[in-house]
Design a protein. Structure first.
Length: 251
């Protein structure tokens, strides 16, 4: 059997996007890493939030082997994944005004912390309001989004703004509107989304930049090791004990 032409085309599309992000967003990724390093060095906490499939990239950096132990998941009930029933409820909740402020007010996030907000379109009420309120509370907000949506669609937030309009640092994933990289004869809808691949890569690159900055400042990055390698469990126990006041996924 010959190799799949469409599978190869998807890899080519994803690689092309990754190269664009590497080349065009390097300064912003370095700035985001610096902001995270500033917060870690100052005793602050780190949070990541995403709704629906955008939550996958947020979850990917929380309690992760090779990841920063201080990254916590900020969750909005019903929007974190497709496990909510019906799955369409998550999309509906993203458009509810006031939900983000209620979640932030009851979360441990406070002035001096960093919140990374991931939203592909950045047009719904939840991520926009989350960014607005987080900045009002004194958090540094890093937005990971596709700027194309802000340039070619209408906001669903009462302000008319997008996520990118309320962030201290914006990382553009370069994903085209619709999040589907391929079309083919006989297939009516475009398919093969690449946003998860690209957004997860942005998150990991940002944290790599943060680790680099911390080392340059003489600070050991509080990283987790795999519990499936010898010594990993003990290592993680020491890190979590040392930083227990800044880790919330164990409470």
């Amino acid at each position: 059997m010959s190799d799949s032409k469409l599978a190869g085309q998807f890899f080519d599309a994803a690689i092309g996007l990754l190269q664009r992000v590497r080349d065009e967003e390097s300064a912003s990724i370095t700035a985001a890493g610096s902001a995270i390093a500033d917060t870690v060095g100052a005793g602050g906490r780190l949070f990541a939030y995403g709704a629906g499939h955008s939550s996958l990239a947020a979850q990917d950096v929380v309690y992760r082997a090779g990841g920063l132990a201080l990254m916590n998941l900020l969750t909005v009930p019903g929007t974190t994944g497709v496990d909510v029933m019906p799955a369409t409820l998550g999309s509906a909740l993203e458009r509810v005004d006031g939900l983000a402020s209620a979640v932030l007010d009851s979360s441990p996030a406070t002035s001096g912390d960093v919140l990374v907000i991931i939203s592909l379109s950045g047009r719904n009420a939840l991520p926009v309001e989350m960014a607005q309120n987080a900045r009002a509370l004194g958090l540094t907000v890093i937005g990971v989004t596709s700027v194309a949506y802000a340039e070619q669609t209408r906001s669903r937030h009462v302000s008319g703004g997008f996520l990118r309009d309320h962030c201290d640092i914006v990382l553009d994933s370069k994903i085209a509107i619709g999040d589907a990289e391929l079309t083919a004869p006989g297939i009516e809808a475009p398919f093969a989304p690449a946003s998860t691949v690209v957004t997860s890569a942005i998150m990991q690159a940002m944290l790599a930049a943060a680790a680099e900055q911390l080392v340059a400042r003489g600070i050991e990055p509080p990283l987790l090791r795999s519990a499936n390698v010898d010594g990993g469990h003990d290592w993680n126990g020491r890190v979590m004990t040392e930083y227990r006041e800044r880790i919330f996924y164990r409470h």
